[in-house]
Design a binder for this molecule. Structure first.
Ligand SMILES: [Cu+2]
Length: 200
């Protein structure tokens, strides 16, 4: 690239006709554009290479799609959505926080010995495979709000922060909506400990 600048001047000087200047000016600006593109491409390449080499933080590779939280007056609630991992590495969510609940857990829903679906803390957290997404949905994995600080009304916006196994974080805000499902019992808890407070 260091040998490019001289070629900008010589053609114009050697062809003093108006047509020549116009033509060469156009060529020159094309050349400039190409050179600029090449510089950007090269810069982009070297940045990408170094990023891959020392691995992007998990929190920068994950985004939530169609996220929502269940409206509830008190007690428990849960958040759902599609967690998408755009990187080429598996990432693991190890914890979550929100101002809406004093305590929060990452839950999975499993069948117990009696054949009932119960939810429990997901050991090891949520792993989102490289280039794939993980569904958080009623009856499956979810972010469990164990003890609401205030009622969550439909239409409220609730912000969550996920922490990954590499200590990076990802913050997102999702709307609350009325939902009558997601009332699985909490494993080891009594039947009053459902996820929906007083929902019917
Ligand atoms: Cu739960």
């Amino acid at each position: 690239m260091t040998d490019t600048p001289p070629t900008f001047h010589h053609p114009i000087q050697q062809h003093p006709t108006r047509k020549g200047i116009t033509m060469h000016a156009r060529t020159t600006s094309k050349l400039l554009a190409l050179t600029a593109a090449a510089v950007i491409a090269l810069t982009g390449c070297s940045t990408a290479a170094s990023t891959t080499a020392d691995t992007k933080p998990a929190g920068e590779s994950v985004a939530i799609e169609n996220g929502w939280v269940k409206a509830a007056d008190e007690g428990m609630s849960a958040a759902f959505g599609e967690l998408e991992n755009s990187s080429d590495q598996d990432v693991t969510v190890v914890s979550a926080t929100t101002k809406a609940s004093t305590m929060i857990e990452l839950h999975e829903t499993v069948e117990n010995e009696s054949g009932e679906m119960v939810m429990r803390e997901k050991s090891g957290g949520f792993t989102i495979p490289a280039g794939k997404s993980l569904s958080l949905e009623p009856g499956g994995n979810h972010i469990m709000l164990m003890d609401l600080v205030n009622p969550i009304k439909a239409g409220d916006e609730v912000t969550f922060t996920l922490t990954f196994s590499d200590d990076s974080t990802y913050e997102f805000t999702v709307p609350a909506k009325d939902y009558s499902g997601a009332n699985e019992n909490y494993e080891g808890g009594d039947t009053d400990m459902d996820m929906g407070g007083d929902s019917k």
